[in-house]
Design a binder for this molecule. Structure first.
Ligand code: ATP
Ligand code: MG
Length: 420
C-alpha cells in the first residue's frame, strides 16, 4: 500500500478523551476512529490487525474441531424468553429495538440461545455429537462504563465457541482441549508469559468458570497468582475454600492487575434443556446435551497488544499481528530515488512481503516518526546515500541500530517465516 493513497493520516496531538496509552496510540497512528464512548470504527491498519488476531484464533479453533459460522446479530425475543434471559433484570446489558410492526428484537450480546435453536433443526441421534461451533463476530453490550478504548466497548469483536457433548467426560475432555488451545493463542500473540489461567466466578453449572487473565496495569481485575504453578484466582472468588481446592497457599500468591482476555464456562444442560435440544442414545432414550461456551475478546486483545507492545515513540507490533511487515521510507525525491524505491516496493511485494510504502513528499524526520508511531516490525530506507552505497538500510522497530543489506539479503531477511 502506498501512503500517498491512504486517506488516514497520523496525528501527534494526544486525544484528550482517551486515558489509556494504548487507545491514544491506536488513534494517533490511525488504526481506529472513535465514534462515541465505547464505540470505535476500524480503519485499514486496525482492520488488518483484527483480521490477523482473528486468523490466529481461527487456526487454533479449527485444530480442535471447531466449525465456523456467522449467526445473526438481530435476536428473536422468544428464544431468549425460553431460557429467561430476555428480561432486563436478568441481563442488564441488552440493546433492544423494535421492528416497524412493533415486534421486539435484541442485538446479540452472546449466542447460546440461537445456536441451540439452530442446532435442533440438524441433530437428533447420538451419532450427531459432539459438535463444536464458533464464530468471530461483533457483539453488542450496553456496558455501564466504557473504558480503556477498545478494551471495553459497547460494540466489540468476540470469538465465541459453543460445545455440545453427550456426557460429562466428553465435555471435560473438550474443556481441557480449549484451555490448551487458548494458551497457544496467547503464546502466538506474544502474551503467553503474562497470561494466566484463572479460577473465576460465573459458571452456570459448576459455580466457577475459568478466565484467562493477562497482567497489565490497565487491568480492571485483580488476580492472585502463582508464577510457579502458572495459575491464578480472581479476587472475586478468592477464599480459603478455593485455595484449598486448587492446592495453593496464601503466602505463595501475589496480587496483580490483569485484563480478562478470555473466559470459558461449563453450562451444563441449562440452555440445551430450556430450548429442547436432546439426543437419543443407543437404546432410543432421550438424553440431555452438556454445553460449554468459550469466549475470547478479539478487539480487547488488539487494545491490550497496543498497550503492552509500545514505547515512548509509538506501537511495536508483534510480527504476526502487524498490518504490514515493513515501512519503506523513500527519502528525497530525486528521479533515481523515486525509481529505485518504486522498484524495491514491487520486488518485495512480489516476494510476498507486505510493504507500506511511504512515497509522500515529506521530510525524513516525519517519515521516521510515522514509522515508529505505526510500529511495523521493520523500517527500510531508500535514499541517494543508500543508492550510492549500493546497500539498503533496514532497522527493526524494536532495535536502535540499522543494518546495511544488499538487495538479495534484504529480500531474504524480509521473507515471512512459515507460521505453525
Ligand atoms: P468482563 O468481565 O470483562 O465484562 P465478561 O465476563 O462479560 O467480561 P464474556 O461474556 O465471557 O465476558 O465475553 C468473552 C470475552 O469477551 C471476555 O473474556 C473479554 O475478553 C471480551 N469482552 C467482554 N466484554 C467486552 C467488552 N465490553 N469489550 C471488549 N471485549 C469484551
Ligand atoms: Mg461483561
Amino acid at each position: 500500500m502506498r501512503r500517498s493513497q491512504l486517506f488516514v493520516k497520523t496525528r501527534y496531538q494526544e486525544p484528550a478523551d482517551e486515558t489509556s496509552k494504548g487507545a491514544q496510540l491506536l488513534i494517533r497512528a490511525g488504526f481506529i476512529h472513535k465514534e462515541m464512548a465505547g464505540v470505535y470504527s476500524y480503519l485499514p491498519f486496525g482492520k488488518q490487525v483484527l483480521a490477523n488476531i482473528a486468523s490466529v484464533i481461527r487456526e487454533e479453533m479449527n485444530k480442535i474441531g471447531g466449525q465456523e459460522v456467522d449467526m445473526s446479530i438481530l435476536q428473536n425475543k422468544e428464544l431468549w424468553e425460553a431460557s429467561d434471559r430476555w428480561d432486563d433484570t436478568k441481563v442488564d446489558n441488552w440493546f433492544k429495538s423494535k421492528l416497524v410492526n412493533g415486534t421486539e428484537v435484541g442485538l446479540g450480546f452472546s449466542h447460546e440461545e440461537p445456536i441451540v435453536n439452530m442446532l435442533r433443526g440438524f441433530t437428533s441421534s447420538h451419532k450427531d455429537f459432539p459438535i463444536y461451533i464458533y464464530q468471530i463476530q461483533t457483539k453488542f453490550r450496553n456496558e455501564l462504563r466504557a473504558r480503556s478504548g477498545v478494551m471495553r466497548g459497547r460494540e466489540f469483536l468476540m470469538k465465541d465457541l459453543y460445545s455440545f457433548s453427550r456426557n460429562q467426560k466428553e465435555h471435560d475432555d473438550f474443556y481441557e482441549k480449549v484451555t490448551q488451545a487458548y494458551m497457544k493463542i496467547y503464546n502466538r500473540l506474544g502474551l503467553g508469559d503474562i497470561t494466566y489461567k484463572t479460577f473465576a466466578s460465573g459458571g452456570v453449572f459448576s459455580k466457577y468458570s475459568h478466565e484467562f487473565q493477562t497482567l497489565s496495569h490497565v487491568g480492571e481485575d485483580t488476580i492472585y497468582l502463582s508464577k510457579a504453578k502458572k495459575l491464578a484466582i480472581n479476587k472475586e472468588v478468592y477464599s480459603d475454600e478455593v485455595l484449598q481446592h486448587l492446592g495453593l497457599k496464601k503466602e505463595d500468591l501475589v496480587d496483580e492487575k490483569a485484563v480478562e482476555v478470555g473466559n470459558i464456562f461449563s453450562l451444563g444442560t441449562k440452555y440445551s434443556d430450556a430450548l429442547k435440544l436432546f439426543y437419543t442414545d443407543d437404546n432410543g432414550q432421550r438424553q440431555s446435551i452438556i454445553m460449554g461456551c468459550y469466549g475470547i475478546g478479539v478487539s480487547r486483545l488488539m487494545g491490550l497488544l497496543a498497550e503492552h507492545f509500545a514505547d515512548d515513540k509509538g506501537l511495536v507490533w508483534p510480527a504476526n499481528v502487524a498490518p504490514f511487515d515493513v515501512y519503506l521510507a523513500r527519502l528525497g525525491d530525486s528521479s533515481q530515488v523515486v525509481k529505485e524505491a518504486g522498484e524495491l516496493y514491487k520486488r518485495l511485494t512480489q516476494a510476498g512481503t507486505l510493504v507500506l510504502y511511504d512515497d509522500r513528499d515529506a521530510s525524513a524526520g516525519e517519515k521516521f516518526a510515522d514509522a515508529d508511531l505505526i510500529g511495523l516490525p521493520y523500517r527500510l530506507v531508500v535514499s541517494d546515500k543508500t543508492i550510492e552505497n549500493k546497500m539498503y538500510e533496514l532497522k527493526k522497530r524494536s532495535s536502535a541500530k540499522p543494518e546495511q543489506l544488499n538487495a538479495e539479503s534484504l529480500i531474504k531477511a524480509l521473507a515471512k517465516p512459515k507460521q505453525s
